[in-house]
Structure formats: C-alpha cells, structure tokens
Design a protein around this ligand. Sequence first.
Ligand SMILES: [Zn+2]
Length: 580
Amino acid sequence: MPTLWISDWNHYICFTKTILLMIFKPSIIVLLVSFFFFSSCNQNTDTNKSTADRIYINAIIWTGDSVNSKATAIAIKDSLIVYVGDDYRSYKGSNTEIIDVVGKMIVPGFIDNHTHFLSGGYQLASVDLRNAKTESEFIATLKKYASGLKEKKWIQGGDWDHETWGGTLPTKEWIDSVTGNNPLFVSRYDGHMALANSVTLQLAGINKSSPNPAGGEIVKDPKTGEPTGVLKDAALGLVNNIIPLETSTELDESLQRAIQHAYENGVTQINDMGGYGGWIDMETFKRAQANNKLHFRIYSFVPINTWKKLDSLIKKDGKGNDMLRWGGLKGFVDGSLGSTTAWFYKPYLDAPNTSGLQVTDTILLRKWILGADSAGLHVAVHAIGDRANDWLLNVYEEAEKKKGNTNSRFRIEHAQHLTQNAIKRFSELKVIASMQPYHAIDDGKWAAKRLDDERLKGTYAFNSLLNANGLLTFGSDWSVAPLKPLMGIYAAVTRRTLDDKNPNGWYPEQKITVEQALRCYTINNAYAGFHENKTGKLKAGMLADLVVLSDNLFTIPPEKIADVKVLRTIINGKEVFVRK
Ligand SMILES: [Zn+2]
C-alpha cells in the first residue's frame, strides 16, 4: 500500500510534477503519464519499505511451506519475514545487517503445544530428582538440597521416576531424617503422584484413617495401614491445597527463567496447559506483557470447568494478541500409565486389580465440553488409556453432530494408547492428536510390564496416525519431560528408548521421518493453536520466528539429532538468543 506518499522527498517531486502537468497540459496522455509517475513512485516506496533489517544468508532453510520448501536466504523487517528465497539482493539496504550462517540449517521457530511453563520455570530453581537412579541417590539429592536451605521452606519439584530403580515407590521413611522440619512434596515426573514427608502428612491431616478421595489414592502400608507418603492423582489435592501460593514476584521470576530456557532450546511459542490452576498462569503472562517482559508467544489454556468465566473474558476483552492469546480450555479424563491410573478397557498386567480411573466426573466433563464448544471455545482434554480416548472421541463426535460443520479443532492431549479403530477416528472426526514423543522413549523402557503387545501396538502410534491422515502435533509436557524439541524429533524419528535397549526403535513401525516430525513441531502446532496464518512456516508476510541449528537434520544420522545445538533463536524479528 502506498501510504504517506507525500511525506518523503521523492514523492513530493512526483506529486508536484503531476500537478504541474495536469495544470498546463490536461489531456488523456497526461493522465496516463501521471499514473506512470505515481506507480513508479509507489514502486520505489515498496522497495524502500521492504529493505530488510536483517538477512540470514548461506543457510539451508526448511521453510515448512509446501509451495517454496527450500531456500538459502531469509530477510526480516520489523516483526515480519519479507523474503524467503535465494536472491535477496533487492532487500539489502545500507542499514541491513547481513548474517552469514555458513551453511547452517534454519527452520521455523519450534512451537511446543503442551507445556506447564510456570511450573517448569519454578522447577529450574528447585530440587531435581530426575537423575536419581537409586534409592540412595534419591536420598542424597534431597539431603544436599535441604541442607542448603537457609530458612524453613517447602521442598517441591522432584521429577523422580521409581521405574529407574526397579519400581519400588519411595516412602516417607526414606527422607524424613534428611528433610528436617521442612515440609516436602516432590512429584513423580508425570505429575500423577508425589511423595510427602511426615511433616507434610501431618500438616495436611493425612493419617491411617483418611479415606481415599474420589479419583485418587493415599498409598498405605499393607501391614500397618499407615500412609507411606505417596499420594496419587486426586489425592494430590490434599497437600496442594495447603501449600502456600507463590507470590507474584516468585511467579514472575519463574516465567523469566522459563522463557530464557525456551530461547536456548529454540522454542518460540508454547500452548500452555497451566500449572497454577490456569488462571494464575494467564495472569502472570498478562502481567509480564504489561511490564513489557513477554518477548515470547503464549497460547494460554485454563481449566474446562471454568469455561463460562473464559467466555465472559473473551466477550469483554477479546482473545489477546499475537504474543499472548487465550480461548483454550484444558480438561482431564484419566491419569497416567506410570501411576497405573490411565483408564483402559482391560486391567494392567502388573496391577490386575485395576484398569485405571476417571479423574473427572464424566457426566460433568461431557457437559463442560459440549457447553464450551457451543460457545466457540477451544477444547483440549487429556486422555491416555484406550478407554479414555474412546470416551473422549465419542463426546467430540457428539459435539460435532450437535454443532454441525465446525472448526472446533478438538484436541486430545497425549492420545497415548489407542485402539486401531480410534486411530481411524482421529482423522474422520478431524481431532488433533497432541502427543509428546519424548514420553515414548521414556515409557518404552518399562511399558511392556504393564501392557500387552496388542495395546503396545497402538501406543504412541505416530506413524499409524499419519498414515490414517490424522493431524499429529508435538509437545514436551514440560516439566514432565525436557523442553527440547530437538530431543522430541530424535525420539519420534528413532524411537530409541532412553536405556538404549531398542537401538532400532521401540515398535519401530511407528517411527516417522525428520520432515514429518518437523511439521509436527511447527506448522501442525500452529494449526492446533489457531495461529497457522501467522506462525509455523517461513514465508513472506508471516511473523519472523525462526531458529538456526548447528546441523542439517536431513543429512546427519538420526541418532545424532539429539546432539544438535540451537545457535540462534529469533522471535518476532528479534534475536533473543545467540549461542556463544
Ligand atoms: Zn501435561
């Protein structure tokens, strides 16, 4: 658009020439000549306007755009991509910064479609039990952390995994003597169970006679009947309710830590599922934006039982802007495989007395989904077990029928264990499978003791979903798993379990290609968050979110993908991270 054409000197001359011609020689020819003047002036304007601020050259670019999939240069002006191709010369002006990336790879900024971002940021500064491989390492890590505390403080975080030391659940007796007076509540990495010490159990009033809450379990010693300290699913609330809320300053600090961590991993956008009840998370993001501290894209989800509150917010304030958006709701059907609370048709092999559970009253959940969808809100619900997924697909189908042909973009978070029939239904119902490839190489270490081969065939069924024409999207579930899309791509492409016992891949028929995995982390995720017209691919006119990688993902051996480094991260046209 030739805006403000009179405001610069060139246009002033054009304008004057035209007026003079019109005064002295009014004719059809003059009209044509003046038209020529204007159009040439306007062309100049456009050329000037598109002179880039920065151009990355000598790159191997995977654009994610099927029309123009490869290029060697990308030019950026302000927050936008103005050119992707090979001949960038006309975009180079006297002030253009040229960055020669010497043959490195550039891809669209990674979108992580499932995070618990603030809790992740908190975790970065809390005790980390992910590397505890034995009972004594577990105890030693907590001892070291607790002895470093200057004042009495809640010990949280954790990310432990009892499967790494053979499956025995930790107990309060392991850690009471090393945690002193500090109340402790450390989670298993999937967030579906946590260990409390005796101080915490006492504060929460949990004892021998406490009944299990609906949808949860207080694990008790079979001999004494005393609580062991481990709480599962809905029982976590008994302790979570008494943990003092973090101050807004602490939340702000967690957010900035998390954003920095995202930059370093090439993540330019997240779909956030909340960690502090969703609304507190969203308020923290809003506060950061108001203070000009949100140079990062967030699509923020809140709990589905609050859909009416979200509906009124949107009616009043809209759905946010390109940096911070809302409009999505998150719900839960079941628990997790690791905690034997994922809801299956058949019992677990190693826990034959249970087939998992529904963590939300399904009558209410169905009502919320139908209500939220008919109000035009975006629904994403956690379902892990095969029965939970089928239940949810049925409700989504019902919603589609009720509303007619819609653009609901229903999501199933995790979609972890699917029957062969469910795999087809994802495509038929256009339901988005929102999956986390890292979980596959983690669970693959031990899932066979819990599930039979028949069920494992539909486990993390990336390739089957794509073959059935389903829309597959990827995320980390951080802090459940690392916020590392490259690790996720590695996992999806190799399916090598973390213990390296499946060098050719665990259920290798479910491996997908590098390009498919890249699409899942970029353009597919943009679609799953209603942002595909602005982010997810590299194309003129799109927002300039991109990353420079140390290696070409297409040519290195797949097992090396996990070692690839993010060299630069660019968000909204600005370089937010450059590896030193
Ligand atoms: Zn999650």
